[in-house]
Write a protein that binds this ligand. Structure first.
Ligand code: 9MR
Length: 480
């Protein structure tokens, strides 16, 4: 299944973007190669089992082939790095940093100030504000200092907002002992030690709307305040642990909500990263192939948003294979993009299809420095007349509203679907191809008079590609 999909994907890439854009390594494109061409990071955690050498060789092979950003599932947390007061343990974190360096990957550090996975000795100081401040400051200085210049981005504060109401999470030892200013302080201390590191506020349920009553709305207000006060925050991490309820509503939270959040943060010059994505089903239910296809579509919609918003930089999944996933603890299952046997699921194909559907020129990289491509891959752009402009647009220091819909050479026509008829306004003849959300071709026709009847297609979402005289337009449509 994987082989035929990959071959199909290569053919589709060639068809969609022209032979010139398909370089040597794009013969067998990966999530990583497509993300790198677009100046973006796509990643997955290194599961805790990896650190003990307990995972099969295929796991690591997939991990380094498909991903260019990495984070440790548990190994850089407070209880792992400072299990006893003042006694630091960097062994596992060092192992990951070494792996990332060897494979040209970006490193996320997770997490400095969090209410969970805090060792017991910290709680001894819960009534001593001065001491607790000193403990947090020392922890941040030592840990960020140890990996200075090696960890590119830190989750400085994790999950500080309550789930149910827009307010701080009151049972955190840091909140109880210090007050909400532990957050501001943590950013300032981390920045003082490593001024080049990106510093994020990370939380879950941020894909559930930005109204003042929603968690993201509350976080947004705090980010505004932090930015106004000069607190050195550069990014927000949306964990994005989504459940597919398989009911009518299907998903709680939505890619569109995340898009709205990204746009608000862009106005503040702050990035939005997807840091822990998984889309799980309830434990115990039978997951059908239709369920897996829907899961794929949902993954893809998050990737679409990620690629279309210029202040999004990292798309990171909380696991590689369903076999090694924390989701069981949440009464969920099968939330990742590889199955128990490390075979790619429809979700993998959907992510690939989304990346291919977003031409290199249309994706803005939010990184200031040139994006450093994987050194293990040969430079294939030298003789490529369609090679992308490598000038990286800096969207971090200005209001990026203008850049949200980057310009690409598009057909001057517009297209829409009414019933089963596709209408192409302003264009007499064109070639029309439809693809499903996993990127498989499902329909092809020549349009002669501005309309095409889309015969034999089930209702659902499709990608339409229209081509005329070498100019192309690609759009998602819904057939009812
Ligand atoms: O995947 C992690 C799991 O192995 C740990 O037991 C758990 C303990 O809190 O943390 C999991 O990772 C969490 C992450 O650090 C923060 N966001 C939620 C993640 C899933 O619970």
């Amino acid at each position: 299944m994987h082989k035929s999909h990959s071959a199909m994907a290569a053919i589709l890439a060639a068809t969609l973007f022209g032979a010139g854009a398909v370089s040597a390594y794009a013969q067998e494109p990966t999530l990583r190669s497509l993300a790198e061409e677009r100046g973006r990071y796509v990643g997955a955690i290194l599961n805790s089992q990896w650190f003990g050498g307990g995972l099969p060789g295929d796991y690591e092979k997939i991990h380094k082939t498909q991903f260019n950003v990495v984070v440790a599932e548990n190994e850089m947390k407070f209880d792992a790095t400072e299990p006893q007061e003042g006694r630091f343990n960097y062994g596992n974190g060092d192992k990951m940093v070494k792996y990332a360096k060897a494979n040209g990957m970006r490193v996320r550090g997770h997490a400095l100030a969090w209410h969970s996975q805090v060792p017991n000795w910290v709680n001894n100081y819960k009534n001593d504000k001065k001491k607790l401040l000193a403990v947090l400051k020392n922890h941040i200085e030592k840990v960020v200092g140890h990996w200075k210049g090696q960890v590119d981005e830190w989750d400085v504060v994790n999950e500080a907002v309550s789930n149910n109401e827009p307010m701080w999470r009151s049972y955190s030892v840091w909140y109880q002992g210090i007050g909400p200013e532990f957050i501001d302080s943590a950013f300032v201390w981390a920045h003082a030690v490593d001024p080049d590191a990106e510093l994020c506020y990370n939380d879950y349920n941020l894909e559930q709307g930005i109204s003042p009553k929603a968690k993201a709305g509350f976080v947004l207000e705090q980010v505004k305040r932090w930015v106004a006060n000069g607190i050195p925050i550069t990014c927000v991490g949306s964990q994005t642990h989504v459940e597919d309820t398989t009911t009518d509503k299907h998903f709680i939270g939505s890619p569109d909500s995340l898009r709205a959040f990204a746009r608000e943060l862009a106005k503040l010059g702050v990035k939005l990263n997807i840091t822990e994505l998984d889309i799980g089903f309830k434990s115990g239910i039978n997951v059908s192939s239709a369920d897996l296809a829907r899961q794929g579509r949902n993954y893809r919609e998050y990737m679409d948003v990620f690629l279309e918003e210029p202040n999004m930089g990292t798309f990171l999944i909380w696991g590689v294979s369903d076999k090694w996933s924390w989701l069981g603890g949440l009464n969920r299952q099968k939330g990742l993009i590889y199955d128990d046997n490390l075979r790619p699921k429809p979700a993998f194909d959907s992510l690939m299809a989304s990346l291919k559907e977003h031409p290199v020129e249309s994706v803005v990289s939010p990184y200031k420095q040139s994006f450093i491509p994987d050194t293990t891959k040969q430079d294939t752009t030298a003789n490529d007349s369609t090679a992308k402009d490598t000038t990286v647009k800096d969207t971090t220091t200005k209001d990026t509203t203008d850049a949200i819909m980057p310009s690409v050479a598009r057909l001057p026509a517009s297209l829409h679907v009414a019933g089963s008829v596709l209408h192409l306004t302003g264009m007499a003849s064109a070639r029309v191809d439809l693809f499903d959300m996993q990127g498989r071709p499902v329909f092809s026709a020549k349009c002669e008079n501005g309309t095409v009847e889309l015969k034999g297609l089930a209702s659902g979402r499709y990608v339409v590609r229209v081509e005329q005289n070498g100019m192309v337009d690609v759009k998602n449509v819904i057939l009812k």
